[in-house]
Design a protein around this ligand. Structure first.
Ligand SMILES: [Zn+2]
Length: 301
């Protein structure tokens, strides 16, 4: 199968196995916003390739969602944070801690905007009592030396290993600067996660020719009902409109990028019973000719 993608992509190392790679995309959390909900978890996705897990965003419950998706926590290898809203990072530290408590003893690399390094250090400081107790009483390898933090400020190549090449785009999600979208190119698939963003030509560029684009989406006519349900957030409406993409624009971005499949996720509102899957699809169908999927938790694509 063709490698989707970026011009000038490096040749893939030959694999010992004759089996082609099978890259899995699992939606772990598909609701927008940090309020815990029965209907959906906060933002997180896993790209699993050759039994290595690359997790994009760590909303509340991400470790449990990985377990529910039958992705072993010990397979966690790289963590990517698009931006530092709590619906994307609340369980960043917890995922590493709980993976380690589940048996992980191998390296984890984490990637995201500043102050990721400080956050990581503070999390380990906060959790030192538990970590030290488990090292002493359970014979675990120390956790802290396993974790290697990489702060991202520029777009472009993030990392590349024998499984995947990851590139980023700076997206527009005020007031969070920088905020990133990420693209994963593997031997058999190209997958783009927009992150939270207003409609952005940088996402179009990042997603050019990709197999799958997971794009955040707002159903604008339903936002006022959401605002009425959320107390203590007088500026929430303008924040959503300024920093997110309408479902129609998500379709336009996907069409301009020429992706095969558009996955609507980080859905806003995330829990409006009067907003059906058909309504999301009907809004985007006239604007995008490819396959449309309305994201739901634990869906594998
Ligand atoms: Zn956000």
């Amino acid at each position: 199968m063709a490698i989707g993608g970026l011009a000038g992509a490096a040749a893939w190392p030959s694999r010992a196995s004759a089996q082609p790679a099978k890259t899995r995309l699992i939606l772990l959390g598909t609701g927008g916003g940090p309020r815990p909900r029965a209907a959906s978890s906060a933002s997180a996705q896993a790209v699993v390739v050759n039994d290595q897990a690359y997790v994009i965003d760590c909303g509340n419950g991400v470790a449990r969602q990985l377990v529910s998706a039958n992705v072993p926590l010990t397979s966690l290898r790289h963590l990517f944070i698009t931006h530092h809203h709590s619906d994307h990072n609340a369980d960043y530290g917890n995922l590493m801690l709980l993976a380690w408590a589940s048996g992980l003893k191998t390296r984890i690399d984490t990637w995201g905007p500043p102050p990721l390094e400080k956050m990581t250090g503070l999390f380990f400081e906060m959790s030192a009592t538990d970590i030290e107790a488990r090292i002493a009483s359970e014979g675990r390898v120390p956790l802290v030396p396993l974790v290697h933090v990489h702060e991202l400020s520029q777009n472009g190549l993030v990392m590349q290993d024998e499984h995947v090449k990851v590139t980023s785009a700076l997206v527009e999600h005020p007031p969070m600067v920088p905020s990133f979208g990420f693209r994963f190119d593997t031997a058999d698939r190209s997958i783009v996660i927009s992150g939270d963003t207003a409609r952005s030509d940088r996402v179009v560029e990042l997603a050019k020719g990709a197999d799958v684009l997971v794009h955040s989406a707002v159903y604008v006519p339903a936002v006022d009902r959401l605002i009425a349900r959320v107390p203590n957030a007088t500026l929430l409406r303008q924040s959503i409109i300024a920093g997110q993409t309408s479902v129609e624009d998500a379709g336009r971005v996907a069409q301009a990028a020429g992706v095969k499949t558009l996955v609507l996720s980080h859905l806003i509102p995330p829990d409006d019973p009067s907003l059906t899957e058909k309504m999301w699809i009907d809004a985007v169908r006239p604007l995008f000719k490819g396959t449309i999927i309305v994201g739901r938790d634990l869906l594998e694509i």
